[in-house]
Each structure stands twice: as structure tokens, then as C-alpha cells.
Design a protein around this ligand. Structure first.
Ligand SMILES: C[S@@+](CC[C@H](N)C(=O)[O-])C[C@H]1O[C@@H](n2cnc3c(N)ncnc32)[C@H](O)[C@@H]1O
Length: 294
């Protein structure tokens, strides 16, 4: 999805000296997207592979320090477009609890505008575009009375340094996603969510207990569980199923035990949208498309 990063990856793969430098990092930090995003954050070149490799050699100590400290925490408000058909159909109002929330931008599905083909919902920016197949667009946005996020390292969109990192995580060609990030961040900054530092297994129940009575508690996650070890995913599933909550999952197809998924549509990586453990649809990674199971 990023020709520029594909070129950089190929250039690094051919360069033994750079690979030796990258190998000095802990295995979990030897991650292409982390490297490219750190170089973007530091103002280095990311479109010319030769200039990129020279920059790496010249600035390695600063790059390595950032790569040891940071992690990939892309926060994609666009994913709300694939959550919306389910959220809008649940009994209202909703209390939203997102695990792996990053800066919490997916906690505002009621505040964004949507365009499903020629159907629009809401006004203002950002407008989240999504191609829906096999289901009708939702006819309302949910009513959200409480929004809370849990993350190992919550980011704060009112902090310019955190916002700069979220911006750096977006691939060079994706200007539309960069504009969306800043529009969504303005919405979150005007009414910040409750963001709690913690683990999605160990700290879920305590945060869920803070949800108000009289609302449907929805525990949800998007593009999170592939960061979590398999036995911890199973522990998380047990935790969430023990809560008086609905469980909305939008994650990679192999991170939860789904039986008999239909064939994945063409077009690369997809997540599976599931409610209470029942798979419902394939979704594109940034919320740009959803294919409901027939
Ligand atoms: C790729 S980001 C996705 C953020 C957001 N859900 C979205 O879709 O835009 C994954 C997030 O999960 C968080 N995370 C990973 N493991 C976690 C854990 N065990 N407990 C809580 N958060 C975790 C990371 O810190 C990161 O912010």
C-alpha cells in the first residue's frame, strides 16, 4: 500500500551494513514501519532510497534511540466506518471501552461524518469513506454517553509530540489519512476521552466497572490483538466474555479462533469484524471497505 516504503524496504534488504545496524536492536524493534516512521519523525528522506540509506548510516544513534523508545501505534479513525453498522444496531445509548486505543480516536464514532457510496451520515470533518458490500449503510450514528480507552502507552492528541508521532506513522503517500488524523484529533482534543494506561487482560475489568449503568457497554478493539501473545489473547477473550458487555472485534483473521470463514475478498490484507465472538464481515485495514458475510 506504500510504493515509497516498498522501495525503502528493498534498498535496506540489499544493504548488509544497514542490516547489521538494525540487528543491534531487540528483535521486536526490528520493524520496517517503525524504522521508516522514526526517520520521518526526525525529518529524514523517505522517498529516495539512496538518500534514505545514507541518512540511516549518518544518523543511526539518534534513529536507534527512537526505535528503542517508540512503538507503532497508528491510530486510524477511519476504522469507525466499519464499526458503525454494528454499533448503530445495538441498543442505545452506548458506553464505549476500547482496548489498545492508542490516542482514542476510534472512540468518537458518533462525531465523525461517513460516506458509504452515495449515502452520507453526519456533517463536518473528517468524512470517513467506506465501500460497503452485502449490507445496507447504517441510518444513524450511535449515541455515546461514555468513552474510555485502555492502552499500554496511551497517546495524547493535545500533546504536539504525540501528535507528531501519530502523523509520522502514516505512510508518505497517504495525505488523505494525514488530513483525517488531524481532523479527528481536533474532535478528540475538544472533548478528550478517559484514557487509562494498562494491559487489556489485567486492567480491563477495573475500567469496565467504571462504565455508567443504563448504557450498553461495548468493549471493542481494532488492529490490536496481533500485538498480543496467543495465550494472552485467549485470556482477554475469557475476560471480555465474563463482563456484562458486548464484544466487538475488528482484528486479523488468525488472532481469534473463527471456524469456517468465507474466502477473503481480493485486495490484500483484511480484518474480521465479529460481535460477541461471531464473525460478521471482512474489513479493509483502514476502514475503507467492508464485505458482509453472505
Ligand atoms: C496499531 S494500534 C491500533 C490503535 C487503534 N485501535 C486503532 O485502530 O486506530 C495498537 C495499539 O494497541 C496497544 N496495545 C498493544 N498491546 C496491548 C496490551 N496488551 N494492552 C493494551 N494495549 C495494547 C498498542 O500500545 C497500540 O496503541
Amino acid at each position: 500500500m506504500s510504493p515509497a516504503y516498498e522501495r525503502l524496504a528493498a534498498a535496506v534488504a540489499r544493504d548488509g551494513a544497514l542490516i547489521a545496524l538494525i540487528d543491534t536492536l531487540p528483535p521486536r524493534r526490528r520493524q520496517p514501519n517503525l524504522l521508516f516512521s522514526v526517520v520521518r519523525l526526525l525529518g529524514g528522506p523517505v522517498t529516495d532510497p539512496l538518500a534514505f540509506c545514507e541518512y540511516l548510516l549518518a544518523h543511526w544513534p539518534a534513529i536507534a534511540a527512537q526505535m528503542r523508545e517508540r512503538s507503532t501505534q497508528t491510530n486510524e479513525a477511519g476504522r469507525c466506518a466499519v464499526l458503525l453498522p454494528v454499533l448503530a444496531a445495538l441498543p442505545q445509548p452506548l458506553a464505549l471501552l476500547e482496548v489498545g486505543a492508542s490516542a482514542g480516536l476510534c472512540l468518537y464514532p458518533d462525531r465523525y461524518a461517513y460516506r458509504y457510496g452515495d449515502r452520507t451520515l453526519g456533517t463536518g470533518e473528517p468524512v470517513l469513506d467506506c465501500d460497503l458490500t452485502g449490507t445496507a449503510p447504517p441510518d444513524r450514528r450511535p449515541e455515546v454517553v461514555w468513552r474510555a480507552g485502555l492502552d499500554l502507552n496511551p497517546l495524547d492528541v493535545t500533546d504536539p509530540a504525540d501528535l507528531a508521532w501519530l502523523d509520522a506513522l502514516i505512510w508518505p503517500e497517504h495525505a488523505h489519512r494525514r488530513a483525517r488524523l488531524h481532523a479527528a484529533a481536533a474532535i478528540a482534543a475538544a472533548d478528550p476521552p478517559l484514557l487509562v494506561r494498562g494491559d487489556l487482560v489485567d486492567d480491563l475489568a477495573a475500567l469496565a466497572a467504571r462504565a455508567p449503568a443504563g448504557a450498553t457497554l461495548v468493549v471493542f478493539h481494532t488492529s490490536v490483538l496481533y500485538y498480543v501473545a496467543p495465550e494472552r489473547r485467549r485470556a482477554f477473550a475469557r475476560q471480555v466474555q465474563a463482563l456484562p458487555a458486548r464484544w466487538l472485534s475488528n482484528d486479523a483473521p488468525d488472532v481469534l479462533p473463527y471456524d469456517g470463514l468465507p474466502a477473503c475478498p481480493p485486495g490484500g490484507l483484511h480484518n474480521v469484524l465479529a460481535l460477541d465472538g461471531r464473525p460478521l464481515a471482512w474489513t479493509r485495514p483502514h476502514g475503507q471497505g467492508l464485505t458482509w458475510f453472505g
